[in-house]
Ligand binder design. Structure first.
Ligand code: GAR
Length: 336
């Protein structure tokens, strides 16, 4: 189980969405919500969902960040999701959870990011600038505002009739899809490959897709996977200089753009049980290596492990068929 915390300052619709995506039977659990606003609507919503919620005044966030870090450690929090959190995070918190804090931002970063750019301000600025595209971005938090490596980004169309409210509603829709997906990517990049917990998990792993994330509806736009160093996001506003790629930091393991090769884990397990055990075990070891190599960024190693898993599955199958075929006549002949 991977515990995550959400930090939120306002309505908390993204926080609620994360709880609904994860807190019923998934291996990820929203265990804690922290806020910097005493009367934020998110507090009641989280309590209704049974998520422990704590308010810390801004003075604690800014001057005593160690209290926040201790609270997170006491709840065994591994990942933090900033879901409309409007207090700039103290360096001590960022370094205690380096690479493990995600922020959702309501624009196509690097456009419309930085100081003062949050929530409705962003949508207002996008409309005033006459943009035809906006969107949402999930990125890793660093000490520079809205500038960490991008994990996922998805566009929405801006039409002439759009108001800041209508644009916000469209952006929220894509946020509800890409934020849980980005959390799954980050968790997968940090967690060593585990033995699948259920048949669904096994298939999800074998197919290289996250289990328990709401599917993208037919016709909906697919998320854009961005490797921030090699391939910065297309810039939607020609009037604003895009930040150079170096501003977006090092590529994060969760930002791998090539899909993981098949692990064949299910077939390895099936062959170990039903066919020949020893080659089956070798196949399982290679299946497990696929995801670990992939998340280490070793694509060649992942492909090699995938191919080896496939070969050992075939060996296990063939030996299983041969030994079962010989066993029956030999046992009839009384030799077994
Ligand atoms: C979201 O649109 C999120 O992207 C934005 O605040 C909104 C919170 O909505 N975050 C920022 O602007 C951070 N710079 P919610 O409270 O309904 O989830």
């Amino acid at each position: 189980m991977t515990n995550i915390a959400v930090f939120a300052s306002g309505n908390g619709s993204n926080a609620v969405n994360l709880v609904k995506a994860f807190n019923s039977g998934s291996r990820i659990h929203v265990a804690l919500c922290l806020t910097d606003k005493e009367n934020a609507p998110v507090i009641e919503k989280m309590k209704d969902l049974g998520v422990e919620t704590i308010y810390f005044p801004r003075s604690i966030w800014k001057e005593e960040p160690g209290i926040i870090v201790d609270t997170l450690r006491a709840h065994d929090i591994r990942i933090i999701a900033l879901a409309g959190f409007l207090c700039f995070l103290n360096e001590e918190i960022v370094s205690a959870f380096e690479g493990k804090i995600l922020n959702i931002h309501p624009s196509l970063l690097p456009a419309y990011g930085g100081k003062g750019m949050h929530g409705a301000n962003v949508h207002k600025a996008v409309i005033e600038a006459g943009e035809i595209k906006s969107g949402a971005t999930v990125h890793v938090v660093t000490n520079e505002m809205d500038a960490g490596p991008i994990i996922l980004q998805r566009e929405v169309d801006v039409i002439p009739d759009d108001t800041p409210e209508s644009l916000e509603a469209k952006v929220h829709e894509v946020e509800y899809r890409i934020f849980p997906e980005a959390v799954v990517k980050l968790v997968s990049s940090l967690t060593p490959p585990a033995v699948p917990q259920s048949v669904d998990d096994a298939w999800a792993e074998a197919l290289g897709v996250p289990n328990n994330v709401p599917p993208v509806p037919k016709g909906a736009q697919q998320p854009v996977y961005v490797n921030s160093q090699a391939n910065p996001a297309p810039h939607p506003n020609q009037n604003i200089e895009p930040r150079p790629a170096s501003h977006m930091g090092q590529p994060h393991p969760a930002a791998q753009s090539e899909p993981m090769p098949p692990t064949f884990l299910v077939w390895s397990v099936v062959c170990t049980i039903l066919c020949c055990t020893i080659p089956g075990i070798v196949a399982i070891i290679n299946s497990a290596k696929v995801s670990s190599k992939f998340y280490e960024g070793d694509m060649d190693g992942a492909r090699r492990a995938s191919r080896n898993a496939e070969i050992w599955i075939i060996i296990s199958f063939v030996l299983g068929v041969i030994s079962n075929t010989l066993y029956i006549p030999l046992s009839i002949a009384g030799l077994f």
